[in-house]
Ligand binder design. Structure first.
Ligand SMILES: Cc1cc2nc3c(=O)[nH]c(=O)nc-3n(C[C@H](O)[C@H](O)[C@H](O)COP(=O)(O)OP(=O)(O)OC[C@H]3O[C@@H](n4cnc5c(N)ncnc54)[C@H](O)[C@@H]3O)c2cc1C
Length: 467
């Protein structure tokens, strides 16, 4: 049977078993599901299936498994490493309609959610009960919890509160043969069997489709206080991070922006830079029960900080905070506006190596005469390095990309770091993983993939090829 015949048969069977409006091969719909937020990457969806319940997921997977047709799970499509892109064709299985918060159990402080729930929506809902779901990817108003779990997403608050992996106590998931399993639940500790929840966090839709998520909540700190500190050098800024932590000051957020990042953000916003002479800025957020609890911390920071206190911008009200955060939040959009084609990397390095790592990358990129923008999570060493095509001819830039990546990853590994801290391997870093991971590690990944997905139908060509 030809692939076209298989797809037609599959479509008929899906339409017979699922709600007819749940399946589409409308060219406009297919076009929409051909991409995610990865720069310069487009796939070829054959069908889009909108699952409305776990049963829909199970039926879709089991039929695709029988026909050996690839299935690409998709949350909100905000991924930046091509995870939800059907790079070699296949059925896109969208979880966006499974978007209900099923329960907020205030006594156990657990939220039970469908995978399509938008992360920011859970945060708002939890706050109604005085609770917080801490993982806060910058995309939180558009990304889904299922995508966060599948990517192991992080965010600025990771320095104090950790990432998605620290807040998932259980998952319901569907294997490629359609079987439905649950691991974990509303309980916090679990030493039973293998940690299947842990294995699925960060598995990028290659092992199973997540259909229900148990999220740990914590009491929400009622007060936050933000400050933007300009430093003479990147070294001064990152040294101050260590000073804070060693002095038992635990900010909720410690973000850094190097000079070029803030300059680009200011240009994009059409605003003047508050301290154009500064080579790096730290954006720090303190949180607590009250301002009187935060005040001594603030005074301690001011006494330890090597910069003139008058240059520090602070924010208490939502409007002031918005102003302070605007520049950090818009960096990706500013980059995209200036150069729609760019390389976006998010290496993770030991915190003490941020400066040598970034200096090494800058130096190695200099001969290429190419603009790079560096910013990210100074508190945990997860650094964003975006390299812009700008006016360079497309083919020239494309030809350069493998060398640029090699430079960045080689520097990261030189300092004991790794390829990615939160955006995942996906499609675009698969070759790098092959290059930098040991053969034993790669072989174990392949065997793990085979155990979950013997026919290799789930999100092929992501993380690792199964051959
Ligand atoms: C402006 C912007 C800012 C961002 N900031 C951050 C940030 O601060 N931190 C961060 O970590 N990321 C960030 N990202 C990246 C992205 O938002 C995250 O990776 C997010 O977790 C993706 O969620 P999604 O719902 O959009 O997933 P998608 O893009 O739809 O999918 C991502 C991956 O998850 C898989 N998947 C999705 N749902 C399921 C499911 N239910 N079961 C199994 N597999 C599934 C897909 O197959 C794919 O491999 C940012 C992206 C943008 C565009």
């Amino acid at each position: 049977m030809s692939i076209d015949e298989k797809i037609q048969q599959l479509k008929q069977k899906l339409m017979g078993t699922l709600n007819a409006t749940s399946v589409s091969d409308d060219p406009d719909v297919l076009e929409k599901y051909a991409m995610d937020e990865t720069s310069d990457l487009k796939g070829d969806p054959w069908l889009v299936v909108y699952a409305k319940c776990t049963r829909d997921v199970s039926i879709t997977l089991s039929l695709c498994n029988t026909y050996k047709i690839p299935v690409i799970p998709r949350g909100a499509g905000t991924g930046v490493t091509g995870g939800a892109v059907p790079v070699s064709g296949g059925v896109v299985l969208s979880l966006e309609k499974m978007n209900k918060i099923l329960e907020i159990d205030t006594e156990n402080m657990i939220a039970v959610c469908q995978p399509g729930v938008i992360t920011g929506q859970l945060q708002k809902e939890a706050l109604q009960y005085g609770l917080m779901y801490p993982p806060d990817p910058a995309s939180l108003d558009s990304c889904s919890l299922g995508g966060n779990v599948a990517e192991g997403a992080g965010g600025p608050r990771a320095v104090k509160y950790g990432t998605t992996k620290d807040y998932i106590t259980g998952l319901e998931f569907v294997l490629p043969d359609g079987s439905i399993l649950q691991h974990g639940g509303k309980f916090i500790k679990n030493a039973t069997g293998y940690n299947l929840t842990g294995i699925l966090i960060g598995s990028e839709g290659t092992l199973a489709v997540i259909t229900k998520i148990y999220c740990k909540l914590i009491p929400a700190p009622p007060v936050t206080f933000d400050m933007l500190i300009p430093f003479q050098s990147l070294h001064d800024a990152t040294s101050f991070v260590h000073t804070l932590l060693i002095n038992r000051i635990r900010p909720a957020v410690i973000e850094f922006m190097e000079e070029d990042a803030l300059t680009l953000a200011a240009q994009y916003l059409g605003e003047a830079m508050p301290h154009p002479q500064a080579h790096a800025h730290l954006l720090i957020q303190l949180d607590g029960d009250s301002y009187s609890e935060i005040e001594p911390l603030l005074n301690k920071i001011l006494s330890l900080c090597p910069v003139d206190p008058d240059t520090i911008l602070t924010a208490e009200s939502p409007e002031q905070k918005d102003r302070l955060w605007k520049a950090r939040r818009c960096i990706r959009e500013a980059i995209h506006t200036k150069s729609p084609v760019f390389l976006a990397e998010d290496c993770s390095v030991p915190r003490s190596s941020i400066v040598p790592f970034l200096t090494g990358v800058k130096q190695a990129l200099t001969p290429y005469g190419i603009q790079s923008i560096m910013f990210g999570h100074a508190g945990d060493g997860n650094i964003h390095i975006d390299v812009l095509k700008n006016n360079m001819p497309y083919d020239e830039f494309k030809a350069l990309v493998p060398s640029l990546k090699k430079i960045i990853y080689t520097e990261a590994y030189k300092y004991g770091g790794t390829i990615t801290g939160e955006h995942g391997t996906g499609f675009i870093r698969k070759d790098a993983l092959k290059q930098f991971a040991s053969s034993q590690e790669l072989s174990l990944y392949k065997r793990l993939k085979k155990a979950f997905d013997p026919n290799g139908i789930l999100n092929p060509h992501k993380i690792i090829d199964s051959d």
